[in-house]
Ligand binder design. Structure first.
Ligand SMILES: NC(=O)C1=CN([C@@H]2O[C@H](COP(=O)(O)OP(=O)(O)OC[C@H]3O[C@@H](n4cnc5c(N)ncnc54)[C@H](O)[C@@H]3O)[C@@H](O)[C@H]2O)C=CC1
Ligand SMILES: O=C([O-])CC(=O)C(=O)O
Length: 340
């Protein structure tokens, strides 16, 4: 279901006709940081999405080129590039969905939290503009550290009087994408039929894949589950090291970001039973104010935050172990937003 759009694109010899046949509502989507490593392929994937009617590509520089390039693809949306802070308002006006991959990526040896000092300020200024120009938009936060940037966004929106907890999402889809891929390999399963919930947050041990709830469920040993868990938690670092100083995951992240944005748009359009794992304000899952878990998406954003279900003893231990780090990252974000 989730990859139907991309699979149809690959299969169809007349993709343009397939895409232009959409009659879904008008939806304006902005990508902030659209000229970056994630921003460019994500902009292309959003251009391919028939649910988008208007695509607004914003960055400090370079977006006129990305927009001109992307706009030649013969699909539904009209694309406009906006460059520089004075054009941010226009980029955001009337948006239904704003996707934020703006900010610096990791280099080998860094943690996601090492990005806080630069990215916290970027996210704060972008969210201030969102609260002014499209206060009702759904926000998909990709910029790291997600465990802190989502609480920063919430505080900025609260201060502006525009906070709607149902519309703010930390994008953790790449953790799910990785968990599915790695699990399918070990389970010898068709990856297209694999499902794995991933909960917690988006950094190191705060990423908690729930392989006990994965489907299909072959009999994998505890050692294999432990190794799969570690590989999922270290997936970002695996890419950072392989890129050797040239950034972090961009292509797989663009794919994951496009999947999550598509799910949000489907929810907005009233498609039933759209469920994704995502980092949201959460009161029913743990005592922490934000937590990633399965969430049902709907016309207003979050329709329902779903519980964790039954956990294995190993997952229960993982859950307790992640809480202090996640709590401290959340608090760091809240403190930053209220201090500066
Ligand atoms: N949530 C997740 O699963 C993942 C998150 N990320 C994060 O995404 C972020 C972006 O990564 P990349 O695209 O690889 O970085 P990049 O450096 O290639 O691109 C970032 C873009 O943001 C732009 N930018 C910086 N300040 C801006 C501002 N104030 N307004 C608009 N644009 C601004 C830059 O000009 C640049 O084009 C990083 O923080 C990275 O850690 C990366 C992979 C996965
Ligand atoms: O690891 C990073 O820095 C980027 C990221 O969040 C990921 O790939 O999951």
């Amino acid at each position: 279901m989730r990859t139907a759009m991309l699979r149809s694109l690959l299969r169809s010899s007349s993709a343009a006709r397939w895409f232009s046949s959409s009659s879904s509502p008008e939806r304006k989507v902005a990508v902030l940081g659209a000229a970056g490593g994630i921003g460019q392929p994500l902009s292309l994937l959003m251009k391919l999405n028939p649910l988008v009617s208007s695509l607004s590509l914003y960055d400090l520089a370079g977006t006129p080129g990305v927009a001109a390039d992307t706009s030649h693809v013969n699909t539904r949306s009209q694309v406009i590039g906006y460059a520089g802070e004075d054009q941010l308002g226009k980029a955001l006006e009337g948006c239904d969905l704003v996707i934020i991959p703006a900010g610096v990526p990791r280099k080998p040896g860094m943690t996601r939290d090492d990005l806080f000092n630069i990215n916290a300020g970027i996210v704060k200024s972008l969210c201030t503009a969102i609260s002014k120009y499209c206060p009702h938009a759904i926000v998909n936060m990709i910029s790291n550290p997600v465990n802190s940037t989502v609480p920063i966004a919430a505080e900025v929106f609260k201060k502006a009087g525009t906070y709607n907890e149902k519309k703010l999402f930390g994008v953790t889809t790449l953790d799910v994408v990785r968990a599915k891929t790695f699990y399918a390999g070990k389970a010898n399963a068709n990856v297209a039929e694999v499902n794995v919930p991933v909960v917690g947050g988006h950094a190191g041990i705060t990423i908690l894949p729930l392989f006990s709830q994965a489907t299909p469920q072959p009999n994998l040993s505890h050692d294999v589950i432990k190794a799969l868990t570690k590989r999922t938690q270290d997936g970002g670092t695996e890419v950072v090291e392989a890129k050797a100083g040239k950034g972090s995951a961009t292509l797989s992240m663009a794919y994951a970001g496009a999947l999550f944005a598509d799910a949000c748009l489907k929810g907005l359009n009233g498609v039933p039973d759209v469920v994704e794992c995502t980092f949201v304000q959460s009161s029913v899952v743990t005592e922490l104010p934000f937590f990633a878990s399965k969430v049902r998406l709907g016309k207003n954003g979050v329709e329902e935050v779903l519980g964790l279900g039954n956990l294995s003893d190993f997952e229960k231990e993982g859950l307790e172990a992640l809480k202090p780090e996640l709590k401290s990252s959340i608090e760091k974000g809240i403190k930053f937003a209220n201090q500066s």
